[in-house]
Structures are given as structure tokens and as C-alpha cells.
Design a protein around this ligand. Structure first.
Ligand code: BGC
Length: 367
């Protein structure tokens, strides 16, 4: 079968041949891949950046944002049957720590985890993929058009859940109003697919959402945010360190830009006792001068909480499915608008190397 692979550390992607996987255990599920999304991590791998070769292999099949259709199930599989839509999660545990033993490889304690399509295991840019039912998430048929957004959505599901959990534990007012997030001022920094999906989740939870980017306000991403009732903040018109004055204090910031110079400027925009969760993974190692004293002063004097969040567990995948269903009812067709480019397999190289003009989410079609 065909698959798209990279050689870690070497720029470029190529089509390779892999043996079609077949079931070898009763708890396995084989999926026919329908489509696979492309994100910054894939583009970094294709540029020769962060990626790990599977042991004993010469190349790594990329792709982790997938939607597939079940073609075969082992005799012990109970949650899926041939014809169902489904996705596989990304991370596989180290087999040593308590988190991984509890199916929470997203919180692996040893760092010896693997990730399909990224770190030591072949991914989903292939005709067929196989894994165990433990890593399978069924997708209802209503989500056929947007199922490929589930994985990027899990990133914000986990990040927002953790930030809110933290606030519930430490803020006295959260005990008075358990739905603390309702009406809260939340900033999403970076309106790529992850940022826009964060805006969607926060709007579903009842928050007042502001989205920061440097795009023209009339362009599709700010317009999409506005159609959900969010407010666009044009970063081009705001001087560094003035965001708080321009937009007001934020109770929650979700960072989805992966731009360190921006990340350290957002502290000025936080309200007292706010929480700031980072999800972007900056590439490269460019040193950055920051006013560390000012940042620490803000953190301490304002009781700020800052956390990083990566990957997602199966529970977050289920939250993503549920929120896409809720979004489908509340804003029919809106999530579909995020998938702007469907590329045929024959044209995989260009979108993996560079974002297409005007694109939000680009996918490779395997059908
Ligand atoms: C993926 C995550 C993964 C992370 C780090 C992201 O692009 O969505 O699943 O854990 O990269 O490799």
C-alpha cells in the first residue's frame, strides 16, 4: 500500500510502499484511511525538524489527524464494526509509569512515549492503518465531514479542561459559581485551526471570546470567529505590551500560535487570578530576550497560573466528538468551513511543505 513518509532530519516528503497491515490479535481494528489533516507538526517534520524514526526503519510515515472507516475487527472488539467511522489516538505509553498504565500516555512521566506519525511509530498518511481497540474512538456518521478535526480539537479540549480545573481548585469564586467560565473574558492567541477550535469550545461553554491574530479583519479566520459571536483583536494595530489596555483583562488565555515573542507579551493582558495555557510548540532554538522581571512580577502580584499542555487522552477525544456534535446543532456547517483545502493524494507534497494561500485546515484525501 501507499504511504507518505519522511526521513527525520532531512527536508522533503515522499510516497513509499508499506505492506498492508493485517490483524494479528483479537483486540485489533483495521481502518481504511479516508482523509488526514496537515498541521504545523507535519510541516516541521517535512522541513527536517522534530521527528523520530521507528526502530529498525529507514523512514517514518507521517500523519496523526486522521479519519478512517473500519474494514475489519478482531473477535474481541466490541465498540466498532465494519463500515463505522473512527479515529485512532496519537500517543502510545512507555509501559513503565503510572500515567501510561492508566491510559494517560498524554501525561507520561518518563518521556519514553511514542507518537504515531511523529515520534517513533508510523502514522496515518497511508491507505490502511491498524491498532488496538483501546486507541480507537468511534465517530458518529453526522461528523463524517469534520471528523478529521477531532485530533486538533482534542489538543484544546485537554488544555481548556486543565485550565478550568485549575481555576476551580484555586479560585474562591469558582466555589460560588461552578460554571465559572460562563461570561468570562477569554483570549485565544493565534487563529489557526487550533485557535479557532479553542474559540469554538469556549463559545460552547458560554465564555466571551476574543481572538488575536495579525490577519485582515475581513479575511476568513477573523470572520469565522465573528460568526460564532467572538471578537477579533487585530494584533497589527496594538503596540507590544498594550494588549490589556486595548482589549481589557483576560481571565483565561489559550495560546495557539507557537511564537515565543508573542507568548511572553500576553502576560500584560491577564486579569487578576487568571490562567494562561500554552499549546503551541515553537520550532527551532532562536534565543529571545525577555523582560523576565516584569513577567515574574505579573505572575506573582496577580496570582497568575501558567501551564503547558500537549497531546490528549481518549477521554479528550470523546469530548471533541461531543463538542463537534454540539457545534453541528448550534452552528450547522460552521466547523466544515474550517476545512478549506482537500488535496488529492497525487498533490501531497506542496501542502506538506507550505500552507496554501487562504487555507485554514488542509487535508489529504485518501479515497
Ligand atoms: C499533536 C500532538 C502531539 C504533539 C507533540 C501535535 O501536533 O497534535 O498529538 O503530542 O504534536 O508531538
Amino acid at each position: 500500500m501507499k504511504a507518505i513518509a519522511v526521513v527525520p532530519g532531512v527536508a522533503g516528503s515522499r510516497l513509499v510502499e508499506r505492506p498492508e497491515p493485517s490483524l494479528t490479535a483479537p483486540d485489533q481494528v483495521k481502518l481504511k484511511v479516508l482523509r488526514v489533516g496537515i498541521c504545523g507538526t507535519d510541516r516541521e517534520e517535512v522541513a527536517g525538524g522534530r521527528a523520530l524514526l521507528p526502530q529498525g526503519q529507514k523512514d517514518l510515515v507521517i500523519g496523526h489527524e486522521m479519519l478512517g472507516q473500519v474494514v475489519e475487527t478482531g473477535s474481541a472488539v466490541t465498540r466498532a464494526k465494519a463500515g463505522d467511522l473512527a479515529v485512532f489516538t496519537v500517543r502510545r505509553g512507555c509501559g513503565e509509569c503510572a500515567s501510561c498504565a492508566m491510559h494517560r500516555a498524554d501525561m507520561c512521566e518518563t518521556g519514553q512515549y511514542k507518537e504515531r506519525g511523529i515520534w517513533g511509530l508510523d502514522g496515518y498518511q497511508a491507505e490502511f492503518v491498524l491498532d488496538t481497540e483501546a486507541h480507537l474512538v468511534p465517530v458518529p456518521p453526522q461528523l463524517a465531514g469534520v471528523g478529521v478535526l477531532i485530533e486538533p480539537l482534542t489538543i484544546v479540549e485537554k488544555a481548556i479542561f486543565e485550565a478550568l480545573r485549575w481555576q476551580q481548585l484555586r479560585r474562591p469564586d469558582a466555589a460560588v459559581a461552578p460554571d465559572w467560565i460562563v461570561g468570562r473574558r477569554c483570549l485565544v492567541a493565534g487563529l489557526g485551526p487550533v485557535g479557532l477550535l479553542a474559540a469554538l469550545v469556549l463559545r460552547l461553554r458560554g465564555a466571551e471570546v476574543f481572538g488575536l491574530d495579525i490577519a485582515d479583519p475581513a479575511s476568513p479566520r477573523p470572520q469565522w470567529l465573528a460568526s460564532l459571536g467572538g471578537h477579533y483583536v487585530d494584533g497589527r494595530t496594538i503596540a507590544s505590551g498594550q494588549l490589556g489596555q486595548a482589549a481589557g483583562g483576560m481571565d483565561l488565555i489559550v495560546e495557539a500560535a507557537g511564537i515565543p515573542s508573542l507568548e511572553f507579551n500576553l502576560f500584560d493582558a491577564m486579569a487578576f487570578n487568571g490562567v494562561y495555557v500554552l499549546t503551541g510548540i515553537p520550532g527551532g532554538d532562536r534565543p529571545l530576550p525577555v523582560d523576565a522581571g516584569r513577567i515574574v512580577r505579573h505572575l506573582v502580584l496577580h496570582n497568575l497560573a501558567m501551564l503547558g499542555s500537549v497531546n490528549a487522552a481518549r477521554g479528550h477525544f470523546q469530548m471533541a466528538v461531543d463538542d463537534l456534535l454540539a457545534a453541528h446543532l448550534r452552528w450547522p456547517g460552521k466547523a466544515n468551513e474550517l476545512i478549506t483545502h482537500h488535496h488529492p493524494l497525487a498533490q501531497f507534497q506542496q501542502p506538506l511543505a507550505q500552507i496554501s494561500p487562504g487555507a485554514i485546515k488542509e487535508v489529504i484525501e485518501w479515497q
